[in-house]
Design a protein around this ligand. Structure first.
Ligand code: CA2
Length: 145
C-alpha cells in the first residue's frame, strides 16, 4: 500500500493566482494540487491535498494524520508567523514535516521572517514559487521509504 503524504495549505491560499502575481505567480491552488497529484503518482505516493482558512481545522487535520500519514508538507501561510497551536500539533506528529513558502519570506517584511512551524520542520523551502511543493514532495519521497 502506498504511503500517504498530507499537503496542507493555510489561510487565503485558496485565492492563489487571483492577487499579487508579482509575489505568488499566476498558478492557482488547483494547479498546485494537480502538479502534486501527478508527481505523487510518479513517486508511488498517495497525496492528500487540503486548504483551510481556519486554524482549528488545520490543527484537527494534523491530529488526525497521526498514525495515518507518512509525512506532512505544510504551507501554513499567515499562521506560520502566529500559530503556536499548529506548532504544538506538528510536534505531536511522529513522521517528517516539510514547510513550504511560495515567496522568500526572508526577503519580505520582518514579521514574515520568523515561522513557528520552522521549529518543527525537518526542512524548509522558501522562494521557489509553486515548484517548492513538488521539490518538497520529492524530498519527502526520500524520507519516507
Ligand atoms: O510565501 C508563502 O507561501 C506564504 O506562506 C504565503 C502567505 C503569507 O502570509 C506568508 O507570509 C508567506 C500568504 C498566502 C496568501 O496567498 C495569496 C496569494 C495570492 C493571492 C491571494 C492570496
Amino acid at each position: 500500500m502506498s504511503a500517504t503524504i498530507l499537503i496542507l495549505n493555510g489561510p487565503n491560499l485558496n485565492l492563489l493566482g487571483q492577487r499579487q502575481p508579482e509575489v505568488y505567480g499566476h498558478a492557482t491552488l488547483k494547479d498546485v494540487e494537480a502538479n502534486c497529484a501527478t508527481l505523487g503518482t510518479e513517486l508511488g505516493l498517495k497525496v492528500d491535498f487540503r486548504q483551510s482558512n481556519h486554524e482549528g481545522e488545520l490543527i484537527d487535520w494534523i491530529q488526525q494524520a497521526r498514525g495515518v500519514a507518512s509525512g506532512i508538507i505544510i504551507n501554513p501561510a499567515a499562521y506560520s508567523h502566529t500559530s503556536v497551536g499548529i506548532l504544538d500539533a506538528l510536534n505531536m506528529f511522529e513522521a517528517p514535516v516539510l514547510e513550504v513558502h511560495i515567496s522568500n519570506i526572508h526577503q519580505r517584511e520582518s514579521f514574515r521572517h520568523h515561522s513557528y512551524v520552522t521549529h518543527r520542520a525537518d526542512g524548509v523551502i522558501a522562494g521557489m514559487g509553486i515548484e517548492g511543493y513538488t521539490l518538497a514532495l520529492r524530498r519527502m519521497a526520500t524520507l519516507v521509504v
